[in-house]
Every structure is written in structure tokens, then in C-alpha cells.
Design a protein around this ligand. Structure first.
Ligand code: SAH
Ligand code: SF4
Ligand code: F3S
Length: 470
């Protein structure tokens, strides 16, 4: 899977909150263009940024050449992700030469990591805004309009943008992301996120509930609750009662049995039986967990500061499968972390063999400046070895994915229709509860996007199930 996603602003959804703009496009006096890279949190943040910009009279465009404001919401997770952003900035350079009034802003994790240095390194950038500073965008834009360069990369202990109704970008009108917390306190030694996103904080549970309820009322049928470590969600209400992640899941699940709930990401140390039982109790909480393992070797896990052992992880997987035998499971794996030996790499392969993940995101270790690993350990596995180990991991996983998808042939699933399949407008596509993509012929059934269909699987590749309505 491509580690860098590319997304262009879509037409505005006809959401209630922004209906006036839809009725009168002239309300927008200026145009903005935004591209997002990295994780779902960044995509979700771009929807908050779009909302803030709308209030300022900026309407979206899909064409950066006609934009007054061009924004890149960036990712720092691996060096390659940063390189992609720099290449993209080069593409904007030419357009800006012909249109000197165009403002170029860098948002997100790379803005936070490089701060004002960005302005020295990339002269065409006018604005640098970190993930907790989006509310200051209007003021910063006003400053840049008078020819100055502006930076705000202050991290916050409180900001959750709880009161901002995101403008859904590139939406299919059926599935949406809802951010429930920000930041991360975990300090995995390889990871830049605690530095770029700051301390962990949970968003007001009422505002999460209201956002999900509004989405449902607007016709959405699936929400994905987002955070770097959703299982440590914890919000204290004004009456001192506490909302844990399990309680939040339940609250959102009760909005309607027709609203599906997903969440990402779970940390193996924090996912509790309580959450697993809540998942099992409600049919509309999807039976799918993304549980990043990173390595199958306990010494490497300890060096990564993941705070669990191989055995702990295997035990969690057992718990998941005993409480929800039909639960889909995916993971993240890193090859060639500092000092990883050949035997330790074999432990990752054998853990994968034991867990049989349905899907995995797999990476070779990329040292990030400022992280604990960069300070403490030598990045001593050669590039060649990292790549070779990654190839072994990928080829093992490909086999497991193929088997997992093939094992679904003959089974029947409830599929939430997301839209036409990529290949043909005669087929619908959507996901089953386990997060597998299912494609099936529309036939003449009176179905539409956002409806549920019961589909019996007839064929499978390693990433798609094909079937027919049962
Ligand atoms: N919060 C999530 C992961 C966020 S980053 C979690 O804790 O699981 C997504 C994935 O990128 C990580 O799970 C890890 O596999 C990978 N990753 C993070 N830093 C990396 C680095 N320096 N080099 C390679 N992969 C990295
Ligand atoms: Fe990074 Fe670890 Fe936090 Fe995930 S849990 S964001 S890998 S520090
Ligand atoms: Fe990248 Fe930042 Fe997400 S570093 S993975 S965009 S939190």
C-alpha cells in the first residue's frame, strides 16, 4: 500500500452546516487547494482546516493553478514521506512564478518538525502551521497577505477542535472519519508523532456523539473513530463521571443500528477485554481491529519501547479471537530496526505465521531526527538488509492475505454500499464488517449508496472479494 496518500479537495458535501455556501457559491471570494499526506488523522485535520477557511470566505478548488491559497498537509513518519512533499513543492514553484500573489502553506507534522527552518529551506513557502495551530490560520493568512512570512507551530495540551464542524472533503457521503483524540504519550523510540503532535488529549465525548449523530442524520452510515491510540481515550465530564473508550464506543453504537462504527489505531498494551466485549455486543461495531505489532521479537519490542512482549501480543490476539471468532485483524510491521539480527527478523516472520493477519502495512525502518531511537541507537542495519527483510515480510503477508480472502469464498456478508466499483458502474463496492472490500453486480435491485446488501462470495483476490446478492 502506498505510504503516501494523495488527495484533492472534492466538491463540498451538502452538509447542513454549510448549506448556505452551496446555495450561493459567490459567498466565496477566494479559492483554496489542499493536499493531504500521511495518516487518517491528517486527512481528518484537513477537513477542520477547510471548515476554518470557509468561515474566511475561501471556497475549494481541485485545480491548484487557480488557487489563492495552496496548502500541503504533511507527514514526517518516514523520510520518504517528507521527500514526496518536497517534490510536490517543486511543482508549485513554477505556478507561483507566474502568480506571485498565490500563498503556499505547509501544515501538519513536517511543519511541526521543521518549524521556521522550513522557510529557509523552501523559499517559496509563505506559511508554516503546526497541527494544533489551525485556529490561527485566518490571522496568519492576513499577515502573509501583507508580504510577511508567518509561522505558528505551538503545540497545545487542550486543543481538540471539538467545536469545529469539519467540512467533509472527497467524501462518498457514506463513510466519515471522526477524530476523538489528538497527540500521543507513548514514546515508541522510532516514532516522530509524539514530537509532531504533542501530548495526548481526549475530545469531549458529547461533541463526538453530536458529530456522529449529525453524520447519521445527513445520510452517513459509517464513522471511523480516530486517534493514535484510541484505547487510551478518557474524558472526564463536568459532573466528574468518566468516559472510557469502551463507553464511547457504546454511546456511538447506540445512535442507530444502521450506523457502523470502526476505530483506529489500537495499541496492543491498551486494548482491553472490556472493549472487546463491547465490540462483540453490538452488531454495528465492526469486527475488525488494526493492531500494530511492529516486531515479533521481545528484545526489539523493548528497544522500540512498545511495552509489550511477543507473548503479550500473541495473548491479545487469542483474546480477540476467542471473544470474536469472526474478527478481522491487521497490523503494522517494521523491518530492520536498530540492531535487529537475522534471528530476531525470523521472530517477526514466525509471529506473522502464528497470527495470520488479513492485511498488513509493512515498512523498513527510517531513522527520524530527534526521536529517542535516533539519540540512543545506531541505525546499523544496512539498507540492503532492511529491504531484503521487508521483501520477505511482504511476500509472507501476501500469501496470508490471499488465503484469508480465499477462505471467505462461499460465505455470506452484510456489505455497506460505498459507491460504484472502480472498474464498472454496473457493480457496487463496499466493505464487510471485517473491512474487506466486496464487489458485486447491481442487477436491478433498488439499492443505493449507503444501503446494506447481503452478498455471497464467489471469487477472491488478495485484496477484494467478488460475490452476488444473496
Ligand atoms: N499510532 C499508531 C501508528 C502510527 S504511525 C500505532 O501506535 O500503532 C503508523 C506506522 O508507521 C507505525 O505503526 C509504524 O509501523 C510505522 N512507522 C512509524 N515510525 C516509523 C519509522 N521511523 N520507520 C518506519 N516505519 C515507521
Ligand atoms: Fe508513534 Fe507509538 Fe504513538 Fe503510535 S503509539 S503514534 S507508533 S509513539
Ligand atoms: Fe504522519 Fe503525522 Fe500522521 S507524522 S502518520 S501525518 S501523525
Amino acid at each position: 500500500m502506498a505510504e503516501v496518500l494523495h488527495k484533492v479537495v472534492d466538491e463540498l458535501r451538502q452538509g447542513e452546516a454549510f448549506a448556505p455556501f452551496m446555495e450561493d457559491p459567490n459567498v466565496f471570494t477566494k479559492k483554496f487547494y489542499i493536499e493531504s499526506y500521511g495518516c487518517q488523522m491528517n486527512f481528518s485535520d484537513s477537513e477542520i482546516v477547510a471548515s476554518i477557511l470557509h468561515e474566511e470566505g475561501f471556497g475549494p478548488t481541485r485545480n491548484f493553478e487557480e488557487a489563492d491559497l495552496v496548502l500541503l498537509n504533511t507527514c514526517s513518519i518516514r523520510e520518504k514521506a517528507e521527500q514526496t512533499v518536497r517534490n510536490r513543492l517543486q511543482a508549485f514553484r513554477k505556478v507561483k512564478e507566474n502568480n506571485p500573489g498565490m500563498l503556499i502553506g505547509v501544515l501538519g507534522c513536517m511543519a511541526e518538525r521543521l518549524k521556521a527552518k522550513f522557510l529557509d529551506e523552501e523559499k517559496l513557502v509563505d506559511l508554516v502551521v503546526g497541527p494544533d495551530a489551525y485556529r490561527s490560520l485566518p490571522g496568519l493568512i492576513a499577515e502573509t497577505e501583507s508580504g510577511q512570512k508567518s509561522v505558528n507551530v505551538l503545540l497545545s495540551r487542550e486543543e481538540t477542535y471539538a467545536d469545529i464542524a469539519p467540512v467533509r472533503l472527497d467524501s462518498n457521503g457514506v463513510t466519515a472519519f471522526v477524530s476523538i483524540m489528538r497527540g500521543c504519550n507513548n514514546m515508541c523510540t522510532f516514532c516522530v508523532v509524539p514530537f509532531t503532535r504533542g501530548r495526548e488529549r481526549s475530545r469531549d465525548s458529547e461533541s463526538i456523539y453530536n458529530e456522529c449523530k449529525n453524520l447519521f442524520d445527513q445520510g452517513y452510515r459509517e464513522v471511523t473513530l480516530l486517534g493514535q491510540n484510541v484505547d487510551s481515550y478518557y474524558y472526564t465530564n463536568t459532573d466528574d463521571s468518566a468516559v472510557t473508550f469502551g463507553l464511547l464506543l457504546e454511546k456511538v453504537a447506540l445512535i442507530s443500528p444502521l450506523l457502523r462504527i470502526r476505530f483506529s489505531t489500537s495499541h496492543p498494551k491498551d486494548i482491553t477485554d472490556d472493549v472487546l466485549h463491547t465490540m462483540a455486543k453490538y452488531d454495528n461495531i465492526c469486527k475488525y481491529i488494526h493492531l500494530p505489532v511492529q516486531s515479533g521479537n521481545t528484545r526489539i519490542l523493548s528497544q522500540m519501547n512498545r511495552t509489550y512482549t511477543r507473548e503479550w501480543y500473541l495473548h491479545k490476539v487469542e483474546r480477540i479471537r476467542s471473544i470474536m471468532p469472526d474478527c478481522g485483524l491487521s497490523t503494522d510491521v517494521i523491518s530492520g530496526f536498530c540492531s535487529e539480527t537475522e534471528e530476531e527478523h525470523q521472530d517477526t516472520l514466525s509471529l506473522m505465521e502464528q497470527c495470520r493477519f488479513d492485511m498488513a502495512y509493512m515498512f523498513s525502518y527510517s531513522e527520524r531526527p530527534g526521536t529517542l531511537a535516533a539519540k540512543r541507537y545506531e541505525d546499523d542495519v544496512t539498507e540492503e538488509t532492511k529491504k531484503r527483510r521487508l521483501t520477505e515480510i511482504i511476500s509472507l503477508q501476501n500469501g496470508h492475505s490471499r488465503e484469508s480472502y480465499k477462505a471467505d469464498i462461499g460465505k455470506t456478508f452484510e456489505v455497506l454500499i460505498e459507491g460504484d466499483s472502480k472498474r464498472s458502474d454496473k457493480d457496487w463496492c463496499g466493505r464487510n464488517s471485517q473491512n474487506k472490500m466486496v464487489v458485486f453486480p447491481k442487477m436491478d435491485a433498488p439499492l443505493k449508496k449507503g444501503d446494506y446488501a447481503i452478498v455471497k462470495i464467489r471469487e477472491a483476490t488478495s485484496a477484494t472479494l467478488m460475490g452476488d446478492m444473496a
